[in-house]
Design a protein around this ligand. Structure first.
Ligand code: ADP
Length: 461
């Protein structure tokens, strides 16, 4: 809407400016030649014009702001309802949501009416000034004609040119109203464009030549909200090629730790180093290129499966894509689809299961070939076969990479070089599976609480 307001202004401005300004000056010149006294009288309204515009301008601006705010709230609510349509339907809340939306649109009528009313008020006051001038002109013109200072022909010409003068003036005043709305739109757009990303390159950021994958967390603390740190004094030294499983109850800070490693956030205190360098001093795009992330819920863009796999390496050939899909255990199901790699996925395309999406995401990451890998295992109950295929695919990724897995499954944990057990943002235990079981601490309790399912899968989160 904001962009549309600017577009409307620019379209109108181009049309009005070129025509109107030219017509305005031409008509003005002619009426001065025809009768300068009457012309001067007509121009008397200009200060009144100015006064009215000055009076209305701030008010219309404010109304316009309010209206746009409400409008974006309505659009936001609508988006939210559609995103959550399954929840809305499953709770049979359609009517309530309809009422909520309807109420919002009704609330939006008031600022819209206020804006329109004020704009029309300004327009009609300016219009009545014109009428006043025309009335004055009848009297002044009649007197001039009767006093032989002007011929009837000149008088008719004068009023004709005055008409030409007024219509651009009205067009310009309309342009002014549109300009105010466009200005509001521009301000709102700039407010967004001016937001500086929290994570940005420092001046003199380093390039990385070859990444080994040595990661150190040194006394890392991070808080989303100032007084409640999600990560507290976290220390961990991860050798290149090591596989670390991070486990712990929900809310213990596992995802936050990975967000710090991937620089979605920067640490509040302490430092994270890659190959001895503070990651904040590295060029962040290069840094991210060296990190592969596979999330629980993987986003697939509207497009073909091949496009989605190619995402991290646009120049990849179909052979490379097939090889990555194969390594990710995805090729088999892809080949069963009627269009294979060219099958369209995303909202309007083929619907894939969670396990299939995750394998495509693994293929995408494989193709990117990062030195460091962050893998958030799906907690959702994948079927045994999917789970097995994903596990296999994951181990295809592990070779020679430093790997962090937010682990929910026994098989992953047992293969990890070290298991980090977290609670309330801290490490409470660390070691491999056997050591931790022997310790009889948090991990072994977590382990014992759960029963190993027949298929050997165990969720410990
Ligand atoms: P886990 O991955 O172990 O379940 P998280 O890292 O998601 O844990 O969460 C750790 C803590 O940080 C929790 O207390 C959670 O409420 C809080 N938290 C997570 N994400 C945000 C966020 N975006 N804003 C504020 N608090 C958050």
């Amino acid at each position: 809407n904001d962009v549309a307001a600017i577009q409307q202004f620019t379209n109108l401005a181009v049309a009005t400016m070129t025509n109107s300004i030219f017509a305005l000056f031409l008509a003005l010149g002619i009426i001065f030649v025809l009768n300068w006294k009457l012309a001067l009288f007509c121009l008397l309204i200009l200060p009144f014009y100015y006064g009215v515009i000055r009076y209305f301008h701030p008010k219309i601006r404010e109304d316009s702001h309010k209206f746009r705010e409400k409008q974006s709230q309505v659009a936001g609510t609508l988006g939210e309802i559609f995103n959550g349509i399954k929840v809305v339907k499953s709770f049979a809340m359609e009517d309530l949501e309809m009422q909520r939306f309807s109420q919002m649109t009704k609330d939006n009528i008031r600022p819209e009416l206020e804006l329109s009313t004020r704009s029309y008020q300004m327009g009609s006051i300016l219009g009545s000034f014109n009428d006043f001038v025309v009335a004055g002109l009848f009297i002044g013109g009649a007197a001039a004609v009767m006093g032989d200072q002007m011929t009837i022909g000149d008088y008719v010409a004068f009023t004709g040119y005055l008409g030409i003068l007024f219509s651009p003036m009205m067009a310009l005043s309309l342009l002014l109203q549109v300009a105010i709305t466009a200005h509001t739109g521009m301000e709102r757009i700039c407010n967004i464009l001016d937001i500086r990303p929290e994570i940005a390159d420092r001046s003199g950021a380093f390039s990385m030549n070859e990444v080994k994958g040595h990661i150190e967390f040194e006394d890392v603390t991070f808080a989303y909200k100032e007084d409640r740190p999600a990560i507290r004094h976290f220390n961990l030294d991860v050798k290149p090629g090591e596989m670390i499983a991070v486990v712990g109850p929900s809310g213990s800070g596992k995802s936050t730790l990975m967000s710090l490693l991937t620089r979605f956030h920067d640490v509040s205190e302490g430092v994270i180093r890659l190959d001895g360098r503070d990651i904040r001093t590295l060029k962040y795009e290069e840094y991210r290129r060296n990190i592969g992330i596979v999330l629980q819920e993987n986003f697939l863009f509207a497009g073909t499966i091949a496009d989605n796999i190619r995402y991290g390496k646009p120049e990849a050939s179909i052979r490379e894509i097939r090889a990555a899909a194969e390594k990710a255990n995805a090729l088999e199901f892809i080949d069963e689809l009627p269009d294979g790699l060219e099958s369209v996925v995303g909202e309007r395309g083929t619907q894939l299961s969670g396990g299939q999406r995750q394998r495509i995401a693994i293929a995408r990451t494989l193709l990117k070939n990062p030195r460091i890998l962050v893998f958030d295992e799906a907690t959702s109950s994948l079927d045994t076969i999917s789970e097995h295929l994903i596990q296999e695919a994951l181990y295809g990724l592990v070779d020679n990479r430093t790997v962090f897995v937010i682990a929910h499954r026994l098989s992953t944990i047992q293969r990890a070089d070290r298991i980090v057990v977290m609670e309330k943002g801290r490490i409470v235990e660390m070691g491999n599976h056997r050591e931790l079981l022997k310790n009889g601490g948090v991990y072994s309790r977590m382990f014992n609480v759960q029963e190993v399912a027949k298929n050997g899968s165990l969720k410990i989160d």
